[in-house]
Design a protein around this ligand. Structure first.
Ligand code: 9WN
Length: 411
């Protein structure tokens, strides 16, 4: 049974403190992975799900930021690990990275609380999530209202072509390092050396500024429409959580509305997608996903069309698994390379939620069923070849397992 196999993957990746994203490739607690894991564990073991939230928040910085990785283990086999990120004031005792990731935590906690209400737990974690959200508004809101990312890793969609133009300007000469990320995963499934050199170069510059560089002077700075949408939805969920603990949620709601306004202004009617701030980003699934925060937006029809179109994102006779991360007919399309073509279960989960909220019930159902089939036929991988369904990246991947649990419960 798929649900049992999914629970087994999560149990095998559970270190007792946190659930690793994958058994070998990712030795640390990644931020948005943890949120997806919570969404799955909410069905299986709510007490364990609450522990996952606490473990992530143990990495929170003094200024409110919740980092993109919390290194609970002393010497993880990962580069860039604790040594490369270094230590700076405001970091917690546990080693962490100095950047963040899409803030899905409030959304995950809200779902957990619907399945297993626990007011004492909410009273414990909601103020910390509030601090994190405020950090984004204080330190990362651009003049166009979008939330800035200062490293492609903050987007969660690291080497998406969305960031190519911004990365092209990053000097890479200084960076020298060993690609640990290709020990367990084949080269053609990971970012290129040029992209990785840019990631490390940006890291070095951020570290030199104590991870508190100003947005304006940053080597890499993009107004990320997807992260902005995740935060907008999370602010609405946070408002609900405040209400559940008997407090006023109107400030979180006000922040959500401000983010939604910025997203509305980023919609490109002619192109039919939300454009990232500050760069000329091409059409990718990341430019449609902001509908997650805007379920009544007319762009919902474009999303449904895109998911039906075999030439771009939709299933084709020779490529039944969908959506591809970028259009099949675009020059950058690469069916095996990371965020440049493969199918991802977390993206499909977000899209299915989006379609359902937008009233596209049949499209949501079809996407959920196809996604579950893809995993049932190929196993719990990090991402998948849209043509063959072959699993790529990390095997036994936690968010794939966790979200299959949730998809099975909703499908
Ligand atoms: C860098 C853990 C993470 C995900 C990201 C995904 C990938 C890391 C890497 O793995 O990023 O953060 O080493 O490539 O892009 O979304 O959170 O699963």
């Amino acid at each position: 049974m798929l649900a049992v196999a999914a629970a087994d993957v999560l149990a095998a990746n559970d270190t007792g403190v946190y659930v690793k994203p994958g058994p070998r490739q990712y030795p640390g607690q990644w931020n948005w992975d943890a949120a997806f894991v919570v969404i799955g564990l909410a069905h299986l073991d709510p007490t364990r799900a609450r522990q996952e939230v606490r473990a992530l928040l143990s990495g929170q910085w003094a200024d409110g930021m919740v980092p993109h990785i919390v290194f609970h283990d002393a010497e993880p086999q990962y580069f860039p690990g604790p040594e490369a990120w270094g230590r700076t004031s405001g970091m917690p005792a546990t080693a962490t990275t100095g950047i963040t990731q899409p803030p899905l935590l409030a959304t995950a906690v809200e779902r957990l609380d619907r399945l297993s209400p626990d007011p004492a737990f909410l009273a414990e974690v909601v103020p910390a999530i509030e601090q994190w959200h405020r950090w984004f508004h204080l330190h990362r809101r651009r003049t166009d209202g979008l939330v800035a990312i200062l490293h492609p890793w903050e987007s969660g969609m690291d080497n998406s072509p969305r960031f190519d133009a911004a990365l092209a300007g990053v000097p890479t000469a200084a960076a020298s390092f060993r690609r640990e990320d290709r020990t367990h995963v084949a080269e053609d499934q990971r970012p290129t050396d040029r992209d990785y050199a840019a990631y490390i170069s940006i890291l070095e510059q951020l570290r030199a500024g104590g991870y508190r560089s100003e947005m304006d002077g940053a080597t890499f700075q993009v107004g990320d429409v997807f992260l902005t949408a995740v935060l907008a939805k999370a602010e609405r969920d946070l408002a609900l959580l405040w209400n559940k603990v008997g407090r006023d949620g109107s400030r979180a709601l006000g922040r959500a509305q401000a983010l939604e306004r910025a997203l509305l202004a980023a919609w490109e009617t002619k192109m039919g997608f939300f454009r990232d701030g500050g760069i000329d980003s091409p059409h990718t699934i990341g430019g449609l996903l902001p509908l997650f925060a805007l379920p009544r937006h007319p762009g919902m029809a474009k999303l449904a069309d895109a998911l039906d179109d075999p030439a771009t994102y939709g299933p084709a006779a020779n490529a039944p698994w969908y959506p591809t991360g970028i259009p099949k007919n675009s020059l950058e399309f690469d069916r095996r390379r990371y965020w440049r073509g493969p199918v991802w279960v977390n993206i499909n989960w977000l899209l299915a939620e989006t379609l359902e909220q937008g009233g596209k019930l049949e499209a949501a159902r079809r996407l959920r069923v196809t996604t579950v089939d893809m995993v049932a036929q190929n196993g719990f991988w990090e991402y998948y070849d849209p043509f063959t369904g072959q699993g790529l990246g990390s095997e036994s991947f936690s968010w794939t397992a966790a979200l299959v649990v949730d998809l099975l419960a909703t499908a």
